[in-house]
Design a protein around this ligand. Sequence first.
Ligand SMILES: CC(C)(COP(=O)(O)OP(=O)(O)OC[C@H]1O[C@@H](n2cnc3c(N)ncnc32)[C@H](O)[C@@H]1OP(=O)(O)O)[C@@H](O)C(=O)NCCC(=O)NCCS
Length: 206
Amino acid sequence: MEIRLEQEKDYREVENLTREAFWNVYRPGCVEHYVLNQYRNNADFIPELSLVMIEEGKIIGHVMYSKASLTLDDGTEFPAWTFGPISIHPDYKRKGYGLKLLNYSIAKAREMGIGMLCMEGNIDFYKHAGFVVASTLGLHYHGEPKDAEVPYFLAQELTPGYLDGIEGTYHTPRGYFVADEHPDDFEAYDATFPERVKAVLDGQLF
Ligand SMILES: CC(C)(COP(=O)(O)OP(=O)(O)OC[C@H]1O[C@@H](n2cnc3c(N)ncnc32)[C@H](O)[C@@H]1OP(=O)(O)O)[C@@H](O)C(=O)NCCC(=O)NCCS
């Protein structure tokens, strides 16, 4: 198994992998491959942290990171970072690959001086990589009451002390809503991939 930087020649394969990994998981079909596709041209995208995992000569995993921010109580913006989509090909799920890729990328983010990470996800997976429910770190989630414990809003400090004295609200960066904002562009993009059946399944969020 090898983890390396994503290269331009990988883009299509990685977007297809993302589509395979997310298809019908959180909604009928998925939009995460388009989010990734569009993020590549977004100033907040961090190319040094767009990583692929190779096994048996194939790309079986990918993760991307983005700059984000926290809005402090006085209205100022405080630098934060997020990541995702993170994808492991369905044939390789639950074999430890996702955690390896995530831990590798977090170590690289820490080396780059990234102070903290926050994101939306399932604590049952992300706790293995050091994440906690973000409310325990004084962080709030947009659209939720300040005293709410939002179980899917997760965070971790990478630079010790980075969040000392900080209380702020995280807004999911706009780049993650690109498919909702441009549904026709998204449909046209998705149609360039092999046809797949959208299904309503238990556990979907949308
Ligand atoms: C989520 C994902 C990246 C995890 O990667 P993975 O290689 O399947 O996970 P790992 O084998 O490294 O999991 C390590 C541990 O995390 C936990 N875990 C992993 N996926 C989980 C899930 N979906 N639900 C609950 N716990 C999970 C388990 O404790 C697991 O250990 P176990 O299999 O021995 O019980 C991968 O399954 C995936 O691509 N899923 C579809 C896309 C997606 O949901 N991405 C994340 C969006 S936030």
